[in-house]
Design a protein. Structure first.
Length: 438
């Protein structure tokens, strides 16, 4: 059996497991995985999604291909430092969610043009990142919650949707795939199974338990679709035996003509899988600023490698580097393009501006503070944190490379402001930056 097959077999076998939670315990409860992974025994009663991935890798005999950790952020850094990171899904890849990939994680077992299908620990449909269960989940690839993918170096190679890896040793490019490496990913011959409705169950609950959307469930049950409110205990409902093999409903239509307005539309409008009018508008702005050579057919609504290269060329023209020149438009890139700021692509004049300059109190953008980022703004942030009394988190530094020490110090500062949840995730936003640098 191939390595990726064994990973998926072990992971799928845990679907349905639920952590226990005694009165007064943390929401994560206590579970069996922490105590079985050497070095992670301490992580019981903590959020356990990353611990679960480590357990799966250990049981599958491929512990060295995934980082053994209880920290999603550390997992992101580990894959990035090894050059095994992608914005595209792959079979057996570890997917990371939330700002900087530090919120939640799981394992990809299938993907198509619009959706990824995953096994995840400590999740539920009510709480993505702290739901106490091992479940099959499906998520839109364009969702801003999806941060990226770590690609384990399986002995048999890995099947990926990343076009930049096409033809490279150890990678097999497939736009759509399900199951282990070598699977064609075809939707033909897909299999289904039936489940029996229990008292109190709803169609939405049945869909969630099967790891599919309600729309997919209804498409498999035409008779129910006509009367979705009339299901009764004892009725049988058809669900996919493998959700990734079922043709998913077409995604909601997106605008293909350039929208009006100048405000930043959100990071989710740009990047792999995006197809909307904002991509067209971005391309047109880049052409106006000297990026026409990147487009053989002109800007269009579907995000492509030409858009990424043109955006990156514009970012580099501003003197930005590292994560600030990743080829994906953030608020500052959009602001410069829409308002005619900075240098044109190919320009050799004007002083570099933006994230390469850390002397300004202007927020440099979230892209400056993420795993793998190296820039003067990280140093400035760290020095301000030390000045504010958070130096205990730094054994070395502060320095220009973003580390877990920076994240923990930022999180402590945010919590001391009275912020909670995603507002205290350890990643600076405009308000955190303003309060630290003023």
């Amino acid at each position: 059996m191939s390595q990726v097959s064994e990973v998926l077999r072990i992971a799928s076998g845990e679907v349905g497991y639920q952590a226990e939670r005694a009165p007064g315990e943390r929401p994560s409860g206590h579970q069996k995985y922490s105590g079985q992974v050497p070095g992670l025994e301490w992580s019981n009663y903590q959020p356990w999604c990353a611990t679960w991935v480590s357990w799966v890798a250990m049981k599958a005999g491929v512990a060295s291909l995934y980082l053994r950790t209880a920290s999603c952020s550390n997992g992101v850094e580990w894959f990035q430092s090894r050059g095994r990171w992608s914005a595209y899904p792959a079979i057996g890849a570890q997917v990371f969610y939330g700002p900087g990939g530090g919120t939640h994680t799981g394992i990809v077992y299938a993907y198509d043009a619009s959706t990824i299908y995953t096994y995840e620990g400590n999740t539920s449909t009510e709480n993505d990142a702290n739901g106490n269960k091992v479940m099959r989940r499906e998520r839109r690839r364009r969702n801003s919650y999806v941060y990226g993918y770590g690609l384990p170096q399986f002995a048999e190679g890995i099947v990926t949707a990343d076009p930049d890896l096409k033809g490279r040793p150890g990678f097999t490019y497939q736009a759509t795939a399900s199951g282990p490496a070598g699977n064609s990913g075809s939707t033909s011959g897909s299999s289904t199974r039936t489940v029996t409705v229990r008292a109190g169950q709803t169609l939405a609950a049945i869909a969630a338990a099967a790891g599919i959307s309600l729309a997919t469930l209804l498409s498999l049950n035409p008779s129910v679709q006509e009367h979705p409110d009339q299901i009764h205990p004892g009725d049988t409902i058809t669900v996919p035996a493998h959700p990734g093999e079922v043709q998913q409903p077409e995604p909601d239509p997106t605008p293909t003509t350039p929208p009006t307005g100048s405000s930043f539309p959100g990071a989710g409008q740009f990047g792999p899988g995006a197809n909307n009018g904002y991509v067209t508008k971005l391309g047109q702005l880049l052409v106006q600023r000297g990026g026409s050579r990147f487009y053989s057919e002109g800007p269009g609504p579907r995000w492509g490698e030409a858009d990424r290269q043109a955006v990156r060329a514009f970012q580099l023209a501003q003197g930005w580097g590292g994560a600030a020149a990743d080829g994906i438009s953030g608020p500052q890139t959009w602001d410069y393009l829409i308002n005619g700021k900075g240098r044109n692509i190919g320009s050799s004049t004007a002083t570099p501006v933006g994230p390469s300059t850390a002397s300004s109190s202007r927020f440099p953008g979230r892209q400056a503070f993420r795993p793998g980022a190296t820039n003067p703004n990280v140093t400035l942030l760290g020095k301000q944190l030390v000045r504010r009394g958070y130096g205990q988190y730094y054994q070395v530094g502060p320095g220009p490379r973003w580390t877990e020490a920076d994240r923990r110090a930022v999180q402590a500062f945010q919590r001391n402001q009275g912020w909670k949840g995603n507002s205290a995730d350890g990643y600076p936003g405009p308000q955190t930056w303003s309060r630290l640098t003023r």
